[in-house]
Unconditional design. Structure first.
Length: 256
């Protein structure tokens, strides 16, 4: 299967913030936003990963502004966005990408632990709420902006062993719909992307990865670029009349 091709559109001069930008979907999306003209603030806890992503963004001829932030800590999120506004300007595109499943701590619900629920809900849902809260007032006042959040097919499929993750990502979808309706009169678009099996370093460690692929009608795993293409689409003026939507990108595993 050929590698995913990068699409192009015009985001010249716009400022984007990408959380979870150090690796995988976040890294691919940050680079692709830059490829299409955006300057990008890179938010992650992984310093080395941020440096790698920043170098790739700069290769596209755009500015890269890395910020080391623990998105499980509200005070760090608030301070980061204050710095962004003061040092770099108005955020026109927000990609809420930071998040993960329980990975090695994943289990069926009957033996899951509340400590794991807390981690998953905070990182996947609460961080999306917190980051969105920082940019909404400015977007509302300027009457423009794009908020894009990474959810998951798990919110629709109810995948076994990830009840906490599915619940968190279903919350992201609910937030997307409610916020889209609230901000529509201010011409701010709010949409979500729901990836299925996407080949990243984290995904390759999942014990049920091969089973995921067997259940995928198209017969292959997606790549981070497949999601990055949709991110740029939702960030562009092509989607001025699209809001409150959750686009499933999963090779045909589920239709809504």
């Amino acid at each position: 299967m050929a590698a995913a091709a990068a699409t192009t559109t015009d985001l010249t001069g716009r400022l984007a913030v990408v959380t979870g930008a150090a690796n995988g979907i976040g890294q691919a999306s940050a680079v692709h936003l830059a490829r299409n003209g955006a300057d990008v603030v890179l938010v992650d806890i992984d310093t080395e990963g941020l440096q790698r992503t920043g170098e790739e963004v700069q290769k596209q001829g755009r500015k890269a502004m890395p910020l080391v932030v623990d998105c499980n800590k509200l005070e760090q999120i608030v301070e980061a966005f204050k710095k962004i506004e003061a040092d770099y300007g108005d955020v026109e595109i927000l990609l809420n990408n930071v998040g993960q499943s329980a990975r090695e701590r994943a289990s069926e619900f009957w033996c899951s632990e509340p400590e794991t629920w807390d981690f998953i809900l905070k990182l996947n849902l609460y961080s999306t709420l917190a980051c969105s809260r920082q940019v909404v007032p400015g977007m509302r006042e300027r009457r423009r902006g794009k908020i894009i959040s990474i959810a998951s097919e798990a919110a629709y499929m109810g995948s076994i062993g990830v009840a906490d993750y599915a619940a968190a990502k279903a919350g992201v979808i609910g937030l997307t719909r409610s916020l889209a309706r609230e901000l529509a009169p201010f011409h701010v678009n709010v949409n979500a992307i729901c990836p299925g099996p996407i080949r990243t370093a984290a995904a390759d460690r999942l014990p049920i990865w091969e089973q995921y692929l067997k259940e995928t009608p198209m017969g292959f795993a997606g790549e981070p670029q497949d999601i990055a293409n949709v991110v740029v689409f939702f960030a562009s003026d092509q989607t001025r009349y699209i809001t409150g939507q959750s686009l499933i990108v999963n090779g045909g595993r589920w239709w809504s």
